[in-house]
Design a protein around this ligand. Structure first.
Ligand SMILES: C[S@@+](CC[C@H](N)C(=O)[O-])C[C@H]1O[C@@H](n2cnc3c(N)ncnc32)[C@H](O)[C@@H]1O
Length: 242
């Protein structure tokens, strides 16, 4: 099975902005999410975006006055972020998000890990490691905001076939296959090529995280955490370092 990074390069990165409704609509949705969080960041505050993708959250944050370090493994998505960000104060880092602290020289006011990035980590123990690293990286009172899919309850039968997006040129469908601690995500992409359809199929593993498990990890590393419904069926956890 391809790694997460290989899967993105093969199938998801080239269509990620399209899958999110187009870059402009996604940036507007990201801005609405950031505004609703009401993090009260001072001008010039340092924010780290883990798994930043093409910048759905970090571009609105930088437009609102933050300095951002955006970390992602996908060269294609980071190139798109660079193009969309223009002159905004965003430092782009191509690296594994588990190594993000190597790219910081000061404490951060907030760390984000949005849009189901957390489930992409290879092992459940990586979640605890990440929470500990974020607690070390944040200034006292700093926020760690996460949104992810809670895959603890399996979808059954036909529910496992998920139409992601379609238009006259593309159809993206996803099929979920549940394992004990992980879920295999099969992405099936049909793209119009002249008179025919071309099909790409690729699969990767995600962690079956539960909201309770992530919340108790946050609490054990010194955060006060609250969970609430997030966008597109995800859960959002807003955690504040005590
Ligand atoms: C589901 S997308 C979310 C992107 C963005 N946060 C958003 O909300 O639109 C997951 C992102 O995490 C990146 N990613 C996955 N695993 C990663 C890792 N271990 N280190 C860095 N980036 C990773 C992928 O390349 C992808 O851009």
């Amino acid at each position: 099975m391809p790694s997460v990074a290989e899967h993105y390069e093969r199938v998801l990165s080239p269509v990620y902005a399209w899958m999110s409704g187009g870059a402009e609509a996604a940036l507007a949705a990201g801005r609405a999410e950031i505004d609703a969080l009401n993090l009260a960041l001072p001008a010039g505050a340092l924010v780290v975006d883990l798994g930043a993708g093409f910048g759905m959250h970090c571009i609105p944050l930088a437009r609102a006055g933050a300095r951002v370090v955006a970390v992602d493994t996908s060269a294609q998505l980071l190139a798109e972020l660079k193009r969309l960000a223009g002159d905004l104060p965003i430092t782009i880092v191509q690296d594994d998000l588990l190594s993000f602290r190597a790219h910081l020289t000061e404490k951060a006011a907030a760390v984000l890990c949005m849009g189901d990035t957390l489930t992409h980590l290879p092992e459940h123990t990586n979640v605890d490691f990440l929470v500990q690293e974020v607690a070390e990286a944040l200034a006292p009172g700093g926020h760690f905001v996460l949104s992810f899919r809670d895959y603890s309850e399996p979808l059954l039968e036909d529910q496992r076939f998920i139409p992601v997006r379609s238009d006259e040129r593309r159809i993206l469908t996803c099929f979920l296959e549940y394992e004990e601690d992980t879920v295999v995500v099969h992405d099936i992409l049909h793209e119009r090529a002249g008179d025919a359809w071309e099909t790409k199929v690729s699969s990767y593993r995600k962690l079956r995280l539960s909201t309770d498990r992530v919340t108790s990890s946050l609490e054990s590393f010194g955060f006060d955490a609250r969970s609430e419904p997030g966008p597109r069926g995800m859960v959002r956890i807003v955690a504040k370092l005590r």
